[in-house]
Design a protein around this ligand. Sequence first.
Ligand code: XIL
Length: 377
Amino acid sequence: MIKSKRWLMACLVLASCGFTATTSPEASLKKVFKNDFLMGAALNGKQASGKDPEATAIITQHFNTISPENVLKWEAIHPQPEKYNFGPADAYVAFGRQHNMFTVGHTLVWHSQTPDWVFEDAHGKAAGKALLQQRMAEHINTVAGRYKGQIGGWDVVNEALNDDGTLRQSKWYTIIGEDYLAQAYQLARKADPKAELYYNDYNLWKPAKREGALRLVRSLQAKGLKVDGIGMQGHWGLESPSIAQIEESIVAFSKVGKVMITELDIDVLPNPSNRNGADIDATFAFDEKYNVYTNGLPEEVQQKLARRYADIFALFHKHREKIARVTFWGVTDADSWLNNWPIKGRTSYPLLFDRTYQPKPALDAVLKSVSKSSSSQ
Ligand code: XIL
């Protein structure tokens, strides 16, 4: 695995044996994939309000769809029963309109980043079924209703499944029952009949969870509900999941609707062996041994990341008829949530642009993956 020093030097000087960090100034992900799928990034609040001009330049050059990293989550937009905080979400939607981008909504019903009051009554006791149903209805009507015609597609429900494919025992589930899912999709459709409605989750490459997602979406569709597709969060590693595992889910999900890769980032850092998936509550204490690249990413790992991205995009390109959108979870490495999850305070390198807004070899790899995929068919 470890290449010789001389090889590395030759690489650096000639840039002939790997992917390079310099791409042509006109290179554009959205142009390269224009006949294949939409290309997107999740924006944080600063980016969505246009206060990060260097990020805006990258976003407008490379992407034609955006997702909101946090501004549309319940705790952000609806922090108290009678209080909505629309400002940051309005700015996000305005950014999408201004730049003519397909604007995604994330997310209406989730167990995380939802304030405790949602699940409690006036005395701080668990809310009853009717109260929680009423809150869900009010929230979806208000939020999806406000952005009607402006948000092109909603992650209506996020992460309703356990890794074994059974339904997660979230408060939504334990208070309302399984029907909370159908109700959420029904309400979202009513609030904005034209918006696409998705189911979104992590670890969907796992066979049991894949089957669970298919069962869930099929059962909703069988009730006459509109579920347009499945978003596969792409919080993946350098080695796992395998291309074959991802491929099986893309193929399986294409039978029930659109397939989207919704939260793509590749973690290059070592992790505790029990890190698994992307449960935002599953965190670990800080330990230097998991924070190994504080002074920059070694060229060899840079190339490994680039090759991983090349393989992944060759797969996406192969299945371009099935995939509607690919969205990175962040713009530059500096923005990535992986600097703080599953361990706070690490220096992470999961995206295509570095901390100084410069392209990484991984960008070169993705831009070139189209020809690689075509020639290998
Ligand atoms: C993450 C954000 O990136 C962080 O800023 C926030 O602190 C926690 O949530 N799955 C999802 C996303 O569906 O909403 C999560 O986003 C990452 C995992």
